[in-house]
Write a new protein. Structure first.
Length: 476
């Protein structure tokens, strides 16, 4: 699987098919009662923001999708059954939400809602025509405020078909998207009598959301995890992490997203980089943070690294193959200025990343509530931080099979004030994607930044070490 810009998804022409719930299923969904399970914290934030955007009349871009290619003549009935089986496996996908100004209501439909049928939607002759079609469909249908909050479709040809799936972010995260296309492909294969593994049981995101609230209630302002967040902000002037170079935006301004992509290392180079990290007493994940910290230091004279990363929470229950938003956030912080080598920075990054995993035991919304109450963040509470994520896709179910190998994962492209990076590893390479403001200044800054980051990584991979330049302090 490759994470890429949606515009880089260019399937071959064919007959457009869309799967929609049957009329009986729609009636079941519309009659769904309010369910007492709360949304997860991230769901609630997302739903409130999406509702506010809808009230403003903004286009809906808060979705994410995945697509792959499957060989053989499409059996439409078999795919209908596979989609139904998929929905029955994941209780959260039978939900939709209502938002008023004070409360988010979850509605949960009965299992009878899982009945789908295909509809023909014409064809297309150009990449531009297809992009207009599929973006319009995702924007109109992959929303959390009516059921279903996801879309499934296919592009049918004589020798095979493109299968795609997209969902409102309320129902999915990056890990879920890495799981879904292989799961759908396996369920379809089982329906047509082909050999495929039976997907493992998957815990409910509704259970997860309730458990998350219970965990949050265990923390107070004096908890060590919350104190660690407070200390991290205190050492960084009470500010959320920012990209270190000019993004061509005024303070508080956001710009239309453009996806920047960069191949960093091939498989052999990535293995060499990992060996260098281990020699320094670090893992490759903390080595990535070290390389980013060196880049920040050498390009922007940052004497310490301060970032926020995403941590999976799937290990907190039977959620390894579940669909939903299973993520928490934590700060990663460590000094850089007096380090002279990459290995020295990597050892500090390792300690910083281990601290982040400990801090990340506290749901971030418990943290933000405490920091809002004591004034630590102030106006920064409304600021989206610059993020850094690392995912190793080699360990996901389905890896090595055609559906996963051919898969493309993409997100909606709204607006941003950051240049957050998603660094990913597969069997072939280490690469990154970044969502950046679409303006010339941001393009130049991010390209220079990514050039230097790749230089640091490739030097470590080639030589086993990197000499950190001494720079004059010009900011922090």
């Amino acid at each position: 699987m490759i994470i890429t810009a949606m515009g880089n998804w260019k399937p071959r022409p064919g007959r457009l098919l869309e799967w929609h719930p049957t009329m009986d299923a729609v009636r079941v969904a519309q009659a769904a009662p309010v369910h007492p399970a709360p949304p997860s914290f991230l769901q609630e934030d997302h739903l409130r923001a999406a509702a506010a955007a809808a009230e403003r009349g903004d286009a809906h871009h808060a979705y994410t999708g995945v697509a792959t290619e499957i060989d053989g003549v499409l059996d439409r009935d078999a795919l209908s059954r596979a989609i139904a089986a998929y929905v029955l496996r994941h209780e959260g996908l039978r939900c939709w939400f209502e938002v008023d100004h004070t409360v988010v209501h979850r509605r949960l439909a009965e299992p009878a809602v899982a009945a789908f049928e295909p509809r023909e939607a014409g064809s297309f002759d150009s990449d531009e025509q297809f992009q207009q079609y599929v973006r319009s469909r995702f924007s109109a249908e992959a929303t959390a405020f009516e059921w279903p909050g996801f879309v499934v479709g296919a592009i049918e040809r004589e020798d095979g078909f493109t299968l795609y799936y997209g969902a409102d972010h309320a129902f999915t995260d990056g890990g879920s998207q890495a799981l879904v296309i292989s799961e759908l492909a396996d369920l379809y294969a089982l329906e047509i009598g082909a050999e495929a593994p039976v997907p493992a049981p998957a815990g409910s995101h509704l259970d997860y959301a309730a458990q998350e609230r219970d965990r949050a209630a265990q923390y107070d302002a004096d908890s060590p995890e919350i104190s660690a967040w407070r200390d991290a902000f205190a050492k960084n002037h009470g500010k959320m992490p920012r990209f270190p170079l000019d993004l061509g935006l005024a303070a508080g301004e956001r710009g239309q997203v453009r996806v920047a992509e960069r191949h960093l290392l091939d498989a052999e180079e990535t293995a060499a980089f990992e060996r260098a990290c281990k020699a320094a007493g670090a893992r490759i994940s903390s080595g990535i943070f070290a390389a980013v910290a060196v880049t920040d230091h050498e390009l922007a004279a940052r004497e310490s690294y301060f970032g926020i990363t995403m941590l999976s929470t799937r290990h907190l229950g039977d959620y390894g193959q579940s669909q939903g938003w299973f993520v928490n956030f934590a700060p990663v912080a460590f000094d850089v200025a007096d380090a002279r080598t990459f290995s020295g920075v990597a050892a500090r990054a390792h300690d910083g990343f281990d601290r982040a995993k400990q801090i990340g035991k506290a749901p971030v919304h418990a943290v933000l509530g405490a920091l809002a109450a004591d004034g630590t963040l102030g106006d920064e509470l409304a600021v989206s931080p610059n993020m850094l994520s690392y995912i190793d896709f080699r360990w996901f179910p389905g890896v090595g099979r055609p559906a996963d190998a051919r898969a493309r994962h993409f997100t909606g492209e709204g607006s941003t004030s950051n240049a957050s990076m998603w660094v990913n590893r597969d069997h072939e390479n280490l690469y990154l994607c970044a969502q950046i403001p679409d303006n010339p200044t941001a393009t130049e800054s991010v390209e220079r930044y990514h050039d230097h980051l790749q230089y640091v990584l490739s030097t470590v991979a080639r030589e086993g070490e990197y000499a950190v330049r001494t720079v004059d302090k010009v900011g922090s």
